[in-house]
Write a protein of this length. Structure first.
Length: 86
């Protein structure tokens, strides 16, 4: 069985990614097999390249995190105003 580093190197080569993209994939919790699996074939023109797919995932997660943070801040303000009224 190939080592984890070899799998990442293979994914980097086959998906045409650079070191920053590999670091992003690791940060997102993806494994090299999932990157290789999502390489679009010629019969799948609707599939985005792996690099674009990674950046879409990151954008969705950061947007979700921002919304969650705003919701927490709003709830904290409501809680503070409720505590002041007591």
């Amino acid at each position: 069985m190939a080592s984890n580093d070899q799998l990442w190197q293979e994914a980097k080569k086959r998906c045409r990614l650079d070191d920053e993209d590999i670091a992003l994939a690791k940060r997102l919790g993806l494994n090299p097999r999932s990157l290789i699996k999502n390489i679009p074939s010629k019969s799948e023109p609707w599939k985005a390249p792996v690099k674009d797919w990674l950046h879409e995932i990151e954008a969705k997660r950061s947007k979700k995190a921002e919304q969650k943070q705003r919701r927490r801040e709003k709830e904290a303000k409501v809680q503070d105003s409720a505590d002041k009224e007591k």
